[in-house]
Design a protein around this ligand. Structure first.
Ligand SMILES: Nc1ncnc2c1ncn2[C@@H]1O[C@H](COP(=O)(O)OP(=O)(O)OP(=O)(O)O)[C@@H](O)[C@H]1O
Ligand SMILES: [Mg+2]
Length: 607
């Protein structure tokens, strides 16, 4: 007879309210920066014109947002913390006309369920405020209290009752960066509101209400940049923007702040349109800094696609792309903004000798390429490298055949043309043509020099023994809030790597010394670029010391367009062949190509 299975009786019952909220909080509140975003959005929705943010211990102990908006009535205060309760929409079609950040009625109950929360709120028509305290979603107290009109909300001990989520929080420095970025983004999109933000005991900005987006972008993204205002309407888009000159580009996207209908949005497509609006004015791999505020008919924008509302779906994405690209291109081409505007492609020509004249216009508009003419600074920089590199390591090349050989057959190196390398010429002040024995080498001067400097720097950064060059007069540079967080995190390492840098109040940094190999360049620019490099490399999981060495190497290496003398070219080749990983630069791009006589014969059908 078949065995009769027994089942435990299972009851289906609704989950308790605070469990539902805790589960929902997993989606809405990913990290401290998401709490900050929700609270500031509520403050903006409340019509405030002054918002104050205070964050302690990277948001793990306190996130406080104080506003002077409309406040919440005493009898409504508890309802604000119940799920799906909102004053911002009443039916689904309201989403088509949405003019507020909020619409779900989920933020407050979610945050309250995973923290100890205190809110004090007062409306203009009541004489006193009300204080409500909720811990882990459970109401602790509610009582009248003296208060200014507006709302103060304090979120303490975030995730105290969800240990798994608390454990998954990244390092304090990562959370600080996210918080700085969120605060910056909110202050940009609401540039008419006065903001102040204190992060981990430090005031990161105090901003009066601004009249223009450019003023706010300048105040937040750095006084060193000059922003061009963009304003226009095209197709489905009304665009207001503050975008940097091509010479202020960065090597990562963190300076690009994009908003659609006021929301800080991650849209690779529109970010791409922004970059392509610059056309050939900026080289590939570099990105503009600034802010773009797009206004699009809400019926054409679906914000209800992502719990944290960081993505939107656009009904006519292609048209939006084209409009953004065109409006940016037009603003950049306005008379007088960019002198000598010429596409880079037109400036490139084949030359075996000096092509410095070709490069001049490009230098003046991009600031990326150094002066092409042979400058004493460049020569001494390169010779310095040759002189300080480890000359005990042996060149592993057969000077007669040009073959790279194993260490057992090594030949002692000697510098200069007598070494067996014959300099043939240079192509476009980038590729060096060198013959050795039976082989022809084509060397990319930038990647090759980067490799040489990287190996040298890595050793020195490890030993904290990078040579420093003290500046005659210290200089100050203002960083944006996210860059400043990276600066604070890497302060010790920076100071052991040739820089002498210290906080100088606000987001200013005082620079007293820079690594000696960088000393010929603008210290402020070099310093901000090193910070940007560390920021990007850290995000890709790079070890911070390697990131530092790579950044210093990349920023100090000779560039495409720099003119190298024959002796410098040979010296560079010698140094490169002594490197451990001589075949590629630290970013993985090749440093040289080698063609033997046989390879060439084969290509020309001579075999
Ligand atoms: N700082 C504030 N000032 C005035 N009212 C507020 C404030 N914060 C919240 N509220 C009120 O509390 C309600 C609930 O806030 P909550 O953030 O949970 O939802 P929401 O903003 O309506 O929607 P969403 O979940 O999309 O943010 C809001 O609709 C608003 O009426
Ligand atoms: Mg809200």
């Amino acid at each position: 007879m078949a065995e009769v299975k027994t089942f435990v009786k299972r009851w289906i019952k609704p989950l308790p309210k605070n469990v539902i909220n805790k589960i929902a909080a997993g989606e809405v509140v990913e990290r401290p920066a998401s709490v900050l975003k929700e609270l500031v959005e509520n403050a903006v929705d409340a019509g405030s014109d002054r918002i104050e943010i205070v964050i302690e211990k990277s948001g793990s102990t306190l996130i406080r947002v104080v506003d002077n908006g409309c406040g919440i009535d005493e009898e409504q205060l508890e309802i604000a913390f119940s799920r799906h309760a909102t004053s911002k929409i009443t039916n689904f079609s309201d989403l088509d006309r949405l003019s507020s950040y909020g619409f779900r009625g989920e933020a407050l109950p979610s945050i309250a369920s995973v923290s100890r929360l205190r809110m004090v709120s007062r409306t203009p028509d009541s004489d006193a405020g009300t204080e409500i305290i909720i811990e882990g979603g459970i109401l602790q107290s509610k009582k009248p209290i003296a208060a200014q009109v507006g709302t103060t909300i304090e979120v303490e001990d975030l995730f105290f009752n969800t240990p798994a989520r608390r454990k998954f929080l990244k390092s304090q420095s990562t959370e600080t960066r996210h918080l700085a970025r969120t605060a910056t983004a909110m202050a940009i999109s609401s540039y008419r509101i006065g903001f102040s933000a204190t992060l981990n005991g430090k005031k990161i900005f105090v901003l009066k209400p601004d009249n223009s987006l450019s003023d706010r972008a300048t105040a937040l993204l750095g006084n060193d940049y000059k922003f061009i205002a963009v304003k226009g309407q095209l197709g489905p888009v009304r665009l207001e923007g503050a975008i940097c000159l091509p010479e202020n580009v960065r090597n990562n996207r963190y300076g690009q702040y994009l908003f659609i209908n006021g929301r800080f949005i991650l849209s690779p497509t529109i970010l791409h349109a922004w970059v392509s609006g610059y056309g050939e004015l900026i080289p590939r791999g570099l990105f503009p800094v600034g802010a773009l505020l797009l206004t699009i008919d809400p019926t054409q924008v679906d914000v209800n696609v992502h719990p944290s509302k960081t993505e939107v779906r656009l009904a006519h994405e292609r048209e939006v792309y084209d409009a953004v690209k065109k409006l940016i291109a037009e603003s950049l081409r306005q008379d007088g903004i960019i002198p000598n505007l010429r596409p880079i492609a037109q400036q490139q020509g084949i030359s075996i000798s000096d092509s410095s004249s070709n490069q001049k216009d490009y230098n003046s508009i991009s600031g990326i390429v150094n002066n092409a003419a042979a400058t004493p600074g460049l020569i001494s920089r390169l010779y310095k490298t040759v002189a300080i590199a480890d000359s005990n390591r042996q060149v592993e090349i057969d000077k007669n055949t040009g073959e790279l050989i194993t260490p057992s057959n090594v030949v002692e190196p000697d510098f200069g043309p007598a070494s067996g390398f014959r300099f043939i010429g240079r192509f476009d002040n980038l590729y060096l043509l060198i013959a050795a024995g039976d082989a022809l080498f084509i060397i990319d001067q930038h990647t090759a020099h980067e490799r040489v400097l990287y190996e040298e720097m890595l050793e020195k950064v490890e030993k904290q023994a990078v040579n420093a060059q003290h500046l005659l007069f210290p200089v100050q540079v203002e960083l944006d809030p996210e860059q400043y967080a990276v600066f604070e995190e890497s302060l010790e390492l920076l100071n052991g790597s040739g820089f002498t840098v210290s906080p100088f109040g606000g987001r200013m940094v005082n620079i007293e010394a820079v690594p000696a190999i960088m000393s010929k360049k603008s210290p402020e620019k070099m310093f901000s670029k090193v910070i940007d490099d560390i920021m990007s490399l850290r995000k890709t999981g790079y070890d911070i010391k390697k990131a530092m060495a790579q950044s210093i190497a990349c920023r100090s290496a000779v560039m495409a367009g720099d003119f190298l003398t024959e002796a410098e070219a040979i010296g560079l080749m010698e140094q490169l062949l002594k490197c451990k990983d001589r075949y590629s630069c630290p970013h993985g791009r090749p440093t040289f190509l080698r063609f033997s006589r046989k390879d060439l014969d084969r290509q020309f059908g001579r075999t």
